[in-house]
Design a protein around this ligand. Structure first.
Ligand SMILES: Nc1ncnc2c1ncn2[C@@H]1O[C@H](COP(=O)(O)OP(=O)(O)OP(=O)(O)O)[C@@H](O)[C@H]1O
Length: 312
């Protein structure tokens, strides 16, 4: 039995459309499932725990939604040990990209029911768990500005959601000022005078495919950190295209770190986001919880594949 957790609003309505496709496929293929339509992030954890408690064995909890919807159920899945599967229906879908889960609903469903998984680490902090990355500074401010803007609604209404982020980057560039930050990585202190952003990653990318920490691996028991500091506004703007392929890591104003626990303290109040959702203001203290969540993925390990074959 699969529990489908559906956020119809994700991706500006893609959740609802994707669910219609998936429901048809489930019926055609005689796959047993139950559904849970979640209303908001605040009530999702409890609703998922209640739904999971109704049955002893679940094959997986399958989220039809984006990164924010997945974020809202991480604690429930960690507590119960139920595997996470994803049918991508958000705007960014960085969780799906990071685990190699196809963006097309039919192939994603094949992955959800295919039985290959990998044990992923989670980031644990003051506000609970995050799966992809905790970002603070400039890019978190872009996300906050876009989400509270009038232009986002307008861009979504005309089907140009990505344009809202381009406007958001330009708008934030005009107003944001870099400041001093201290980054403690496994207790070792690093200080940067004029820092734009600090990203702590479990998966390589966020923001719809930006490879901010291209070396990050979900199950390596480590967090990868990217600090952008000491550059001009023009250099920051020119950095964005290089992040698409992860080529920014060799630039002189980019420092990459790695560790199991990371604390980030800015001199000025700075926004933070986890899986694209607001975490309020930094400071941040996050640690890696190794192997905390099973994720159904075509990248599943050989051990997981063998164990599936043995049980199937
Ligand atoms: N479990 C949930 N059920 C309903 N609404 C939720 C849930 N979790 C979060 N939300 C709200 O729905 C919004 C959109 O969901 P989600 O983040 O999944 O999609 P998206 O923002 O379109 O895509 P992505 O995060 O992949 O860019 C979130 O920003 C949040 O406000």
């Amino acid at each position: 039995m699969y529990l489908f957790i559906i956020n119809p609003r994700s991706g500006g309505g893609t959740g609802q459309r994707t669910w219609r496709i998936v429901e048809k496929l489930l019926k055609q293929r005689l796959i047993s499932y139950e559904t849970l339509f979640t209303k908001d992030a605040a009530s999702a954890e409890r609703a998922v725990l209640e739904a999971l408690a109704r049955r002893e064995h679940w094959e997986a909890a399958v989220v039809v939604g984006g990164d924010g919807t997945i974020h809202s159920v991480l604690s429930a899945l960690h507590q119960t040990g139920i595997r996470l599967a994803v049918i991508p229906a958000g705007s960014g879908n960085d969780t799906a990209r990071g685990f190699g889960i196809p963006l097309d609903p039919e192939t994603a469903l094949a992955t959800a029911t295919g039985g290959r998984w990998l044990d992923s680490d989670l980031l644990s902090g003051r506000d609970g768990f995050t799966l992809t990355a905790v970002a603070s500074g400039f890019d978190a401010q872009v996300a906050v500005n876009v989400n509270t803007s009038r232009y986002k609604r307008f861009c979504n209404a005309i089907g140009a959601g990505q344009v809202a982020y381009i406007i958001g980057i330009l708008h934030t560039l005009l107003t944001f000022k870099p400041c001093r930050v201290n980054v403690a990585c496994d207790g070792k202190e690093h200080s940067f005078e004029t820092a734009w952003l600090v990203s702590v990653c479990n998966l390589p990318g966020y923001g719809g495919g930006l490879q901010i920490c291209p070396q990050a691996e979900a199950g390596d028991g480590q967090l990868d950190v990217c600090v952008v500091h000491g550059c001009s506004r023009g250099q920051l703007l020119r950095l964005f295209p290089t992040v698409l392929k992860g080529r920014h890591v060799s630039l002189p104003f980019v420092t990459m770190l790695r560790g199991r626990s990371v604390a980030v303290t800015f001199e000025q109040p700075r926004q933070a986001i986890g899986d694209g959702e607001s975490l309020g203001l930094a400071p941040l203290a996050v640690r890696c919880v190794p192997g905390a969540l099973r994720v159904l993925s075509p990248q599943g390990t050989a051990a997981a594949q063998r164990s599936c074959q043995a049980s199937g």
